[in-house]
Ligand binder design. Structure first.
Ligand SMILES: Cc1cc2nc3c(=O)[nH]c(=O)nc-3n(C[C@H](O)[C@H](O)[C@H](O)COP(=O)(O)O)c2cc1C
Ligand code: SF4
Ligand code: SF4
Length: 291
């Protein structure tokens, strides 16, 4: 295998990016960060890539722990593609730091501004119809760069974002501990198990046919947007509401968290729910697999 590309995804933007780049590279495997890093090491790969959404101006926690445990060929060409909606913040610097602690450099880094998917806070924006074609175009250009093994310094946070990040984002990161408390499952649930299969954090177990959340949630939105019955809701109540109201006054977005029944949901249009549940894929794909 010439290349392995590791992606973390909730709603498919990062998986789509991994596919576009793998298709251009050929002889590549894309691996979800839901997998065990020891089962997919990058010790013999000539090209190693990392593709991820940005959460709270940084690298999502599950990606951090996956990459920390991954073994990487020190001679590989290493690239990173961040898929924020607007603010990449320190995500690439965080990745570069983890790689540096393993003696690995980052040859290429880039950003693709994508549809914002945090649907328990806001409806998807900008309009997927307008933004997805733009992201596709940029992905193709990035795939060409990577195939040519071009060098590009990774994006860094502005001084303003760095200054603000502690104050603005620390409360959100703190709240990750409670991130799945507010999930609700309605009577419409048919116990199909899709929410559990797509969860990249192995955070949902079906108990007596009912999804139960295991408190290591990244709020990635995969379960919410994959449920065929739209049975998963999000409602902050009781003790959690008091906690948010008292200790996180500087987190206006948290105060409006919830999932009105008519809220538009978003999943990347090139990625199916079954794709989200995959652990890995080899490219080029065989014709038969494609059909
Ligand atoms: C919990 C959470 C936090 C987010 N924080 C940011 C952020 O700080 N900056 C940003 O530009 N986008 C943010 N987003 C938007 C995602 O990074 C963006 O929609 C991404 O493309 C989703 O990728 P995926 O489809 O591969 O999951 C956030 C989304 C979620 C779910
Ligand atoms: S995906 Fe929806 S219907 Fe299926 S088990 Fe989960 S909550 Fe129930
Ligand atoms: S429980 Fe849902 S939101 Fe949380 S990590 Fe799993 S799929 Fe994502």
């Amino acid at each position: 295998m010439k290349a392995r590309i590791y992606y973390f995804t909730g709603t498919g933007n990062s998986m789509r990016a991994a596919r576009v780049i793998a298709e251009k590279l050929g002889d590549a495997e894309i691996v979800s960060m839901r997998a065990d890093p020891e089962a997919y090491p990058a010790v013999e790969c000539e090209i190693v890539g990392f593709i991820f959404p940005v959460y709270h101006w940084t690298l999502p926690a599950p990606a951090v722990s996956f990459i920390e445990r991954l073994k990487i060929n020190p001679g590989a060409y290493v690239f990173a593609v961040a898929m924020p909606s607007f603010i990449c913040g320190m995500a690439c610097e965080r990745l570069a730091g983890i790689l540096a602690s393993k003696g690995i450099g980052l040859n290429y880094g880039n950003i693709v501004n994508s549809v914002a998917n945090y649907v328990i806070v806001y409806p998807p924006f900008p309009s997927p119809k307008l933004r997805v074609p733009k992201t596709e175009k940029k992905l193709k250009a990035i795939a060409a760069d990577i195939t040519a093994k071009r060098e590009r310094d990774y994006p860094k946070a502005s001084r303003f974002i760095k200054r603000r990040s502690k104050r603005v984002m620390t409360p959100y990161l703190e709240l990750q501990k409670y991130a799945d408390n507010p999930f609700t499952v309605s009577e419409d649930c048919i116990s199909c198990g899709l929410c559990s299969r797509v969860c990249p954090c192995h955070n949902i177990i079906l108990e007596g046919g009912r999804p139960t959340f295991q408190h290591h949630c990244a709020n990635c939105m995969a379960c919410v947007v994959s449920c065929p019955k739209r049975a998963i809701g999000y409602e902050i109540t009781g003790g959690d509401r008091k906690l948010l109201d008292s200790s996180n006054s500087r987190t206006p977005l948290v105060k409006i968290m919830g999932l009105p029944p008519k809220r538009k949901l978003y999943k990347n249009p090139y990625i199916t729910v079954n794709d989200l549940a995959k652990e890995s894929e080899i490219w080029p794909k065989e014709e038969k697999q494609e059909k």
